[in-house]
Design a binder for this molecule. Structure first.
Ligand code: NDP
Length: 253
């Protein structure tokens, strides 16, 4: 495959597992230098070593993006290391399911902190660099891809606050797109259906058992399928912007 992202720098949040890990590898294969952000440093170090062993360039930036100073510092570190930023993939996320009545409100706060505040802090810190890349960078275009969800399009009982965070991501993405698209910062939202990752594992046993019992998705997507969609979005010609991409398993109605 041609290295369409040669000379660019990408930052992927939530790169220590699942979709983020696969995306970092895919963007590095396309020639981007990739900064990988998450809290689990050991996972990031292993990922960087594997990308570099395959001939790519990567850099680990351990950070908790729910802390605004850490989000700012993560972007600053990437600029120190690579001197620029062309692509931001806002992927880090948390899905804690359950009833709204009698909920553990701390679980709501944790989801909102990662899925919304973290995405906002990273976007805020990255935007000046993305605008500069769109003006003066090798491609004269920059990218933000926000990972929302099928749950950003459709609501279900038990998904209430996760739904709220992802519907919010969709609205924010479209507003930002309208603000910066004519400056050639492309802003797109990607809404996956079920993907085989660690996402469900953070729930309590009751929820995990309920999900297992109701599981009607025999063949979920693999993280690499979403990485392919992200790579598609960020490798379009400068004139072309994919504002929304809804990526579903064929076995999920
Ligand atoms: P994983 O649980 O495998 O990955 C989540 C990632 O987010 C991890 O790398 C985790 O790293 C990171 N993360 C969580 N909290 C923080 C934090 N405070 N600071 C920095 N990083 C953090 O799940 P997925 O790969 O499935 O999820 C990726 C995205 O895709 C999420 O936004 C999710 O909502 C979305 N999605 C997933 C679907 C699925 O079916 N799997 C379907 C639709 C959307 P660490 O713990 O090391 O910090």
């Amino acid at each position: 495959m041609t290295a369409k992202l040669s000379g660019t720098v990408a930052l992927v949040t939530g790169a220590s597992s699942g979709i983020g890990d696969a995306t970092a590898r895919r963007l590095a294969e396309q020639g981007a230098s990739v900064a990988v952000v998450a809290r689990r440093k050991d996972r990031l170090d292993k990922l960087v070593a594997e990308i570099e062993a395959a001939g790519g360039t990567a850099y680990a930036v351990p950070a908790d993006i729910t802390d605004r100073s850490q989000a700012d510092q993560a972007v600053a570190e990437v600029i120190d290391r690579f001197g620029r930023l062309d692509i931001l993939i806002n992927n880090a996320g948390l899905m804690l399911l359950g009833r709204i009545v009698g909920a553990d409100v701390q679980e709501w706060e944790r989801m909102i902190s990662v899925n919304q505040n973290g995405l906002l802090y990273m976007t805020n810190a990255a935007l000046p660099h993305l605008l500069a890349a769109a003006k003066d960078g090798p491609r004269k275009v920059a990218d933000i891809v926000n990972i929302s969800s099928h749950a950003g399009r459709q609501a279900w009982a038990n998904f209430g606050v996760y739904n709220m965070t992802k519907f919010g991501v969709n609205g924010f993405t479209e507003a930002l797109r309208q603000e910066v698209t004519k400056k050639h910062v492309r802003v797109g939202v990607l809404e996956p259906g079920a993907v085989d990752t660690e996402l469900v594992s953070h729930n309590n046993d009751t929820i995990k058992n309920e999900l297992a019992a109701s599981d009607a998705i025999p063949e979920p997507l693999q993280p690499g399928d979403i990485a392919d969609s992200i790579a598609l979005m960020v490798t379009r010609p400068r004139r072309s912007s994919i504002a929304e991409l809804w990526a579903m398993p064929t076995s999920q109605a």
